[in-house]
Design a protein. Structure first.
Length: 1041
């Protein structure tokens, strides 16, 4: 109780207040009811279990996740509960376990809000606004309150980010309608109140009884888009201009707390009988209001006001609302409307009680001069509006306040903001497994025009495809969306091309800054190209992109374009050929693609949200990373069943992305089981790829449907000639799927879907081609191995690219060997799989190991992109070796393990070195912002960057976790066998724990792996202390002394 003994003098949450709200903590994410006292949130659910509340209905109501049940209780019961809380505080009966620091809790909406209505009841506001629109105050304003019915779905608690809406508005200076992102975003200084006692449908209330139906007040900001609103006002009033967001403060200040501040309204009116409040002197409340702007860390007050200025009081508003027999429900939110006054500055004569920018700046025609420089017309991206409300006693001392800050606009635009920062973080050139064997400056392209494509020349033409290269050391990569080569987009229709452009934008201007911030995985190189009309799968000629010291250079290429081009080629041509008989209109067809694109955007943002924690805390706007990750994951997962049934290349990409998205912390086992898993999504994606490539002309039958011959998937001959662009895109998509297939077969013990497993893998064309390509590379690089120090930077990049392709071959052979061991195959089959695996490792060791050793010596002189490529290649290849070692140990195949002794030691050494390198190496990403332009370009902001370790930015945390766990097993075993000392064991485990700590802690698997490793370390240390105690004869003390 010592922490509660003194309430800070400037706290809004005094004993005169006792507000009610709903909060959660990181330890317990379930919302529960609370009050605030001083700097603490008091958990009322927990307090109710201590017997503080005499009425059992109160304890039951406060045990809910929202305050609706409590608000519906009789006013006397709620007042008694409030007094019991105050008494418990004064008597020292509040357990410390019920207290949580306000700075560490997350606030939710205090009630579930069934309906939301916002009034227009400030005469001063109306008077100030009308001249701007060349109109006058309407007569009916003086006879009854006016209001519009808003969207309860867009009511959000402070602090929350708010997006700019899209809508229709008049093009500047014309009457030409334009659809786009709103340019004129405004705040409105209001209060809101929550309905307590419901009014049944068909009934009304008397104005003198209105207090019985109000639970309490909150601050309210009714965000407004003025350009869209001007368009919408005739003929029916605001629509999308008001529906995109309404922010309320999370603490409800009760009428009991405000009773001492009742007062007479400013305006004396002569209302109609049903609005005539008898106790005029107590008809409203003396609640002082203010609004301030915070920009670039500087705060400036914009206006002040007072609730009592309203022409129509809250009591009259709710009475008139109910007079239509519409009924009111507990939890309904009523907004008072903008509250303005007529106060003027004595020196300048300017009004300062103006509750919105529309009236304060005369529709931006008279912008406000800011103290730190610049002006304010309407809100800019990154601005914050802070609304405040408080009550004072007769001495001017603040007795209570509403105590929460409204955090606002984080959306599309040029100003630095959490959304813009998130855009940069989500778009660095590291991609999901298999889509980029080489990233960054190695940009996957089609064959150069004069490139050789035979198997003996699969890596030669690097310089032909790429432009001149310059030194890269210290280069900060651009995070701009890079379109494919022009020739690769010519087959796409302009409409679909625009949708692809929108899909590749990291921040979609039509979506909220946090809800719909998107990421997309990037192709940065492809190491194989499949010819759809050929039985052979040939690795493509890797192309090294031109890259200079310019941090804005394009180094990445988006996959959405390739996948969309394939969909266009398959489905677009089919639609055209069937247009005469197709009953669907073009708009319906576009709508179908829009649904697929939306699911892809959801998958992108869910995949990328894991990096939200890398934002500086000051720029997260109070948003907890785990909340963002969970909400994005849930939204994306809800799409998966639909995506499975919408066969397309973009659907496959969506499924692949979601399969790589870790299950977030806070998702219960029941919720995790109630939907598609990542593993099932991979299988569905692979089946879609297979079906898209192998469509047959005949009908396909299933138990539930017949696929007609007119279906595009059953009519593969879509064009008379298949473009080279289509073949390149199909090859890239297939290689991505092949790598996914192999990766999941390796790590999840699944049979391969796209290629053969134990039976037939050695004769399959794609794997034979990879093997031949590696052999050809070996022959071409003899001179490099004899004189490794003479290798150029381009040659270093070629080595990493070719080694990455060969690594995939080794992974495949490991998967095949695991399959043979797992399924108890005949010894001859096991030995055949073993031989294939040994051939692969020998090929890697003889061809690439010497060259990679030289690359390692050159790492300090390479750019960050190349160092990242080297790190992931080393980690992934040697992790594969540890995986097969683990499988052999489980299968008790000591005979095979004995042949891997040297390879095992090398893998242990290299995996640990790679992890240390990943911890010590830093990657810098330039921040970007989006500009509203026809092309939707993104511009890097060189003045702002974010830097983190390779481990932190690794897009495959599952592989880092797997490597750490495998190494943890090795280290623990060596320590138990006495091969390493306790000091070495602690150092090695501390390094592995550092790796896990660097990964996103919102991942359930990362969290579990870290806990398990910490627990194992504690157990071994306890064993060590017991064995080293006086008189102990433990084996360990003998073995390492």
């Amino acid at each position: 109780m010592a922490s509660l003994s003194n309430i800070p003098p400037d706290s809004p949450f005094t004993l005169d207040n006792i507000p009610f709200g709903s909060f959660s903590t990181k330890e317990d994410p379930t919302p529960r009811c609370a009050t605030a006292i001083g700097d603490f949130a008091l958990d009322l659910r927990a307090l109710g279990k201590t017997g503080v509340f005499k009425d059992a209905s109160v304890a039951d109501a406060l045990g809910q996740t929202t305050l609706n049940t409590f608000a519906a209780l009789p006013a006397k019961t709620r007042t008694a509960a409030r007094e019991e809380i105050i008494s418990a505080y004064k008597d020292g009966k509040i357990p410390h376990s019920c207290l949580h620091k306000l700075a560490e809790v997350k606030m939710h909406l205090p009630v579930a809000i069934p309906e939301y209505t916002d009034f227009f009841c400030s005469l001063e506001h109306c008077t100030n606004c009308m001249p701007i629109t060349n109109s006058k105050v309407p007569d009916n304003f003086f006879h009854a309150p006016s209001a519009y019915n808003g969207r309860a779905s867009s009511v959000i608690p402070s602090p929350s980010l708010v997006r700019r809406p899209r809508g229709v508005y008049w093009k500047a200076g014309t009457k030409e309608p334009t659809y786009g992102v709103s340019q004129f975003i405004d705040f409105e200084l209001e209060m809101g109140y929550i309905v307590s006692k419901p009014v049944p449908y068909g009934e009304t209330i008397k104005v003198d009884n209105a207090p019985d139906h109000i639970f309490g007040f909150v601050l309210l900001n009714d965000w407004s888009s003025r350009d869209i609103q001007i368009f919408e006002m005739p003929p029916l009033g605001p629509f999308n201009s008001k529906s995109f967001g309404t922010t309320i403060s999370p603490w409800v200040i009760t009428l009991e707390a405000l009773k001492a501040f009742q007062c007479a309204p400013k305006h004396e009116t002569n209302p109609l009988e049903h609005l005539r409040f008898k106790d005029f002197e107590h008809g409203t409340f003396n609640i002082k209001l203010s609004a301030a702007l915070e920009r670039d860390g500087k705060r400036q007050q914009i206006c002040t006001s007072n609730l009592r200025y309203l022409y129509w009081t809250p009591y009259q508003q709710i009475t008139h609302h109910a007079s239509a027999n519409c009924g009111l429900r507990t939890g309904d939110l009523m907004g008072t409307g903008t509250v303005s006054g007529d106060g003027k500055d004595e020196k300048t004569g300017k009004k300062f009680e103006l509750g919105c920018l529309f009236e304060a700046t005369q529709h931006a025609s008279q912008p406000i001069a800011l103290e730190g420089g610049g002006t304010l017309g309407y809100l800019e991206d990154g601005d914050s509006i802070i609304l405040s409300a408080w009550c004072e006693d007769s001495t001017g001392r603040r007795v209570l306040g509403f105590g929460w800050r409204q955090l606002p606009l984080r959306c599309l635009g040029g100003r630095s903001s959490p959304a813009a920062m998130l855009v940069a973080i989500l778009d660095w050139p590291v991609t999901p497994l298999g889509w980029a064997m080489i990233r960054g400056s190695l940009v996957g392209r089609g064959r150069a025009r004069d490139a050789d494509v035979g198997t003996d020349h699969w890596m030669n033409n690097i310089k032909k495809s790429g432009g001149p290269r310059s030194q890269r050391k210290g280069r900060t990569p651009s995070v701009t969306a890079v379109p494919s080569e022009p020739s690769e987009r010519t087959s796409m229709s302009p409409e679909r091309g625009q949708r692809v452009t929108d899909n590749d934008l990291l921040f979609d201007p039509s979506e909220p800054a946090l809800r719909d911030t998107t990421d997309h995985a990037r192709f940065s190189a492809e190491v194989s190209q499949t010819r759809s009309q050929s039985p052979h799968t040939e690795p493509t000629a890797l192309a090294a992109a031109s890259a200079s010291d310019d941090p804005n250079c394009s180094i990445i290429s988006p996959p959405s374009g390739y996948f969309a081009e394939l969909d266009e080629a398959i489905f677009g041509d089919w639609e055209a050929r069937n247009s005469l008989s197709n009953a669907q209109s073009p708009s319906n067809l576009l709508q179908r693609w829009d649904q697929i694109d939306e699911s892809l955007r959801h998958a992108k943002r869910s995949f990328a949200a894991r990096w939200f924690h890398l934002l500086p805390p000051t720029e997260r706007a109070g948003v907890l990373p785990e909340h963002v990750v969970r909400e994005f994951w849930r939204t994306s997962r809800r799409d998966m069943l639909k995506v499975v049934n919408r066969v397309s290349y973009r659907s496959a990409l969506t499924l692949f992305l979601f399969s790589l998205t870790p299950v977030p912390v806070g998702i219960s086992e029941d919720e995790e089981m109630d939907g598609l898993s990542g593993q099932l999504c991979v299988q569905a994606a692979l089946q879609q790829i297979q079906r898209l490539r192998d469509g047959q002309r005949n009908c396909q039958f299933s138990g539930s449907m017949v696929m007609p011959a007119s279906d595009p998937l059953t009519c593969p001959a879509m064009r008379s000639t298949v473009s080279a662009s289509f073949l390149r895109s199909e090859a890239r998509a297939y290689w991505a799927a092949l790598t996914f297939d192999t990766s999941f077969s390796l790590t999840l013990n699944l049979r391969s879907t796209l290629t053969s497993g134990l039976h037939g893998v050695t004769t399959e064309s794609c794997w034979r081609t990879l093997r031949m390509g590696a052999s050809s590379f070996h022959t071409r690089t003899e001179e490099w191995r004899r004189n490794p120090l003479s290798m150029t930077e381009d040659q270093v990049l070629q080595v990493i690219a070719a080694a990455a392709a060969t690594k995939l071959y080794v992974w495949k052979m490991i998967s095949v060997l695991k399959e043979a061991l797992r399924e108890g195959s005949e010894e001859t089959e096991v030995r055949r799989a073993w031989s294939s695996f040994i051939i692969g490792t020998d090929m890697f060791r003889s061809t690439f190991r010497p060259l990679l050793s030289d690359c390692e010596r050159r790492l300090p002189f390479l750019g960050q992109v190349e160092r990242l490529n080297w790190y992931e290649l080393q980690l992934h290849y040697y992790m594969g070796i540890l995986i097969i070692v683990d499988a052999l140990e489980v299968a008790d195949r000591n005979d095979l393990l004995s042949e891997l002794t040297d390879a095992k030691l090398e893998a242990e050494h290299e995996v640990f070195n790679a992890l240390e390198f990943g911890l010590d190496s830093q990657y810098t990403v330039a921040r970007t912002h989006q500009t509203e332009s026809p092309t939707g370009t993104q511009a890097p902001d060189p003045a702002h960057t974010i830097t983190a370790s390779f481990i932190s930015l690794d897009p495959y945390p599952l592989h880092v976790v797997a490597a750490a766990q495998l190494m943890g097993k090795v280290v623990g075993k060596q320590y138990r066998q006495g091969l390493i000392k306790l000091e070495a064991y602690k150092y090695l485990n501390a390094t592995l724990l550092r790796c896990l700590a660097e990964l996103p802690q919102t991942s359930k698997s990362v969290h579990a792996a870290r806990q398990n490793m910490e627990h194992s370390l504690i157990e071994l240390e306890d064993d060590s202390r017991r064995d080293s105690a006086p008189g102990s004869t433990g084996w360990r003390s003998e073995s390492w002394t």
